[in-house]
Design a protein around this ligand. Structure first.
Ligand code: HEC
Length: 189
């Protein structure tokens, strides 16, 4: 039986300490990474444009269209929308994501699914309403008012009360913000 020589023993000990230190280092590194990746979540919960210091030159309606953030600086909540596009899944959608930067809508792919969003420039909405006017819908006179817009955006209904496809989220948006958004759509060429 050989008694391990103390020098060898201490080198084994040294190796062990190195391994333990390495493990500790890795653990704290992954902790730091976790904190880094979680940071945007904390950031998202803060108002994006608190108070008055909103970017200048952009109307409230336009800003909402592109960011989904209301005049209080909060994300506008919505329910429904396409699978994986729900707020419960951590997604935040804005009108622009589906109806496009020019409001003309179109076909696009969202999470491997093809979806078609309509043109929602005011002229298109008016045209749509006119098409249905005079048919069986008596209370639709070929006009497209803020109330019809509210029905679509908030309640997810066509002017005749028929539900819109569930691809269109239902938005919990305030009256003034809704009116501003409507004005923005009217301003689109
Ligand atoms: C996830 C995609 C998506 C987002 C985001 C979205 N929409 Fe839609 N929207 C749709 C789809 C799809 C339809 C068509 C529904 C149908 O015809 O049944 C629609 C329909 C509409 C309509 C009715 C159009 C018509 O011809 O009657 C309006 C108005 C509208 N959206 C406004 C908005 C506004 C304003 C926002 C932002 C607050 C918004 N949408 C965000 C997908 C979306």
């Amino acid at each position: 039986m050989s008694i391990p020589n103390p020098e060898i023993k201490s080198s084994v000990l040294q190796k062990r300490t190195t391994i333990i230190l390495l493990a500790l280092g890795l653990a704290s590194l992954s902790l730091a990474c976790g904190m880094l990746f979680n940071a945007p979540v904390a950031f998202r919960q803060r108002p994006l444009f608190p108070g008055q210091d909103q970017p200048t030159g952009i109307s409230n309606g336009e800003r909402i269209y592109f960011t989904g953030v209301d005049s209080q600086g909060r994300r506008i909540r919505y329910s429904g929308g396409p699978p994986y596009g729900g707020m419960m899944m951590g997604a935040y959608l804005a009108c622009v994501d589906c109806h496009g930067p020019d409001g003309r809508g179109g076909l696009h792919t969202m999470h491997m699914q093809v979806m078609e969003a309509p043109d929602i420039r005011f002229a298109a909405l008016l045209g749509e309403a006119e098409e249905h006017a005079g048919e069986e819908h008596e209370n639709n006179h070929g006009d497209y008012t803020l109330e019809e817009f509210r029905l679509a955006v908030v309640e997810g209904k066509h002017p005749d009360g028929e539900p819109l496809s569930t691809d269109m989220p239902r938005w919990q948006i305030g009256d003034q913000d809704l009116a501003d958004l409507f004005e923005f759509l009217k301003s689109l060429p």
